[in-house]
Write a protein that binds this ligand. Structure first.
Ligand code: AMP
Ligand code: MN
Ligand code: MN
Length: 344
């Protein structure tokens, strides 16, 4: 499936924020609100959705659910987030919501079977920060300059006069910390640190949150990581000589170590640290010939463009897509695209 790509520039206009505020304020007392984040949810997807959901709860929105498509499993690092009681599985999600709000979703394809809620809802609002966002919602609050979707969520909560409390703040903080790589990536602007300061001022304990979110994993996940890293391959001539490193993880790897699929999402971090190359790739098995692919660049290649060319999306330096065939087939497809999307 291909979707038109509109690159959004700058922060959403005030009119867009006003339309989103109106959609929420104009809800009937019995209005059903469904919050949805992307499949295989990460810290930003869950954190921005649950933080905003807690804000709506503070506003007194009574019929409120949060959900995501696919297997109903919250990754362990996020299993203690406030607001988890808002979560329902895709099967339990309201079939006919009045208002749908989606988080961290660049394209309808990331909503899986829940995409059918959009045309059924009276109003739809998207909060996002992907430059590749297709503008699929009625109201699109897309800020490609924001480090995380939670930046947009905080702004909308402010415009709804919902004060930050420690629970909302923890969710938004986890979202911000995960999408900025703990405040290390390029998007870590003064604005990001100012937001972090507002969040921490509610009484958060960043050390404790970081241990839970980043620095805790099962023994089996560590052993699995060793196996997957040991089969990594260096390809110095890829991307016109900027180089690529890649590895893959199979369902059999998960089974052998008794691990759940989300543990594979952390593997891109050690791989992207390889000094000799610009591009890093982790190919993670979803089904027999289907793979979730993570792409990272240090600045020489626009991996978002690579991912879009291969049916996915993301950000310039962090993107992904679903690939088919063997891991070798998938990596060959990536390699063939890299040289076409060098950043001048
Ligand atoms: P990941 O490698 O899973 O951490 O994803 C990196 C970035 O790429 C995130 O911003 C994702 O939203 C985006 N992304 C990953 N997989 C896909 C996909 N299949 N389609 C569109 N965007 C994706
Ligand atoms: Mn995300
Ligand atoms: Mn995000």
């Amino acid at each position: 499936m291909t979707e038109a790509v509109t690159v959004s520039e700058g922060a959403p206009a005030a009119a867009e924020f006003s339309a989103a505020v109106a959609a929420i304020r104009e809800l009937a007392p019995t209005g059903r609100v469904l919050l949805i984040c992307h499949v295989n949810p990460d810290g930003d997807a869950l954190g921005s959705m649950l933080g905003f959901g807690l804000g709506l709860r503070r506003l007194g929105v009574p019929r409120l659910q949060a959900t995501f498509p696919g297997t109903f499993e919250v990754p362990d690092p996020f299993a203690a987030l406030p607001g988890l009681d808002l979560l329902v599985s895709e099967e339990q999600a309201e079939p006919e919501p009045d208002l749908v709000i989606v988080f961290d979703v660049a394209a309808v394809s990331r909503l899986g079977a829940l995409a059918d809620r959009l045309p059924r809802a009276r109003a739809t609002v998207a909060l996002d920060h992907h430059a590749s966002n297709t503008g699929f919602a009625g109201v699109n609050l897309v800020d490609a300059g924001a480090a995380a979707t939670s930046v947009v969520a905080e702004e909308l909560l402010r415009r709804l006069d919902v004060p930050l409390d420690a629970e909302i703040a923890e969710c938004l903080y986890v979202a911000l910390a995960t999408d900025t790589g703990s405040f290390r990536f390029d998007m870590t602007t003064p604005r990001v640190h100012e937001m972090a300061a507002r969040l921490i001022a509610t009484g958060l304990r960043p050390g404790e949150i970081s241990r839970r979110v980043f620095d805790s994993r099962p023994f089996g996940a560590m052993k699995l990581s060793a196996d997957v890293l040991s089969r990594a391959q260096l390809d110095p001539t890829a991307a016109d000589g900027h180089g690529m490193v890649w590895t893959y993880a199979t369902l059999e790897d998960l089974e052998r170590h008794g691990q759940r699929p989300y543990v594979l999402d952390a593997l891109i971090d050690p791989v992207r640290c390889v000094a000799e190359v610009d591009v890093s790739v982790v190919v993670k098995q979803l089904a027999e010939r289907e793979w979730a692919v993570s792409l990272r660049s240090k600045g020489a290649v626009d991996v978002s463009a690579v991912a879009v060319a291969l049916g996915g999306g993301g950000h310039r330096l962090a993107a992904g897509f679903t690939g088919y065939g063997t891991p070798g087939d998938v990596v060959t497809a990536v390699r063939d695209e890299l040289g076409k999307h060098l950043i001048p």
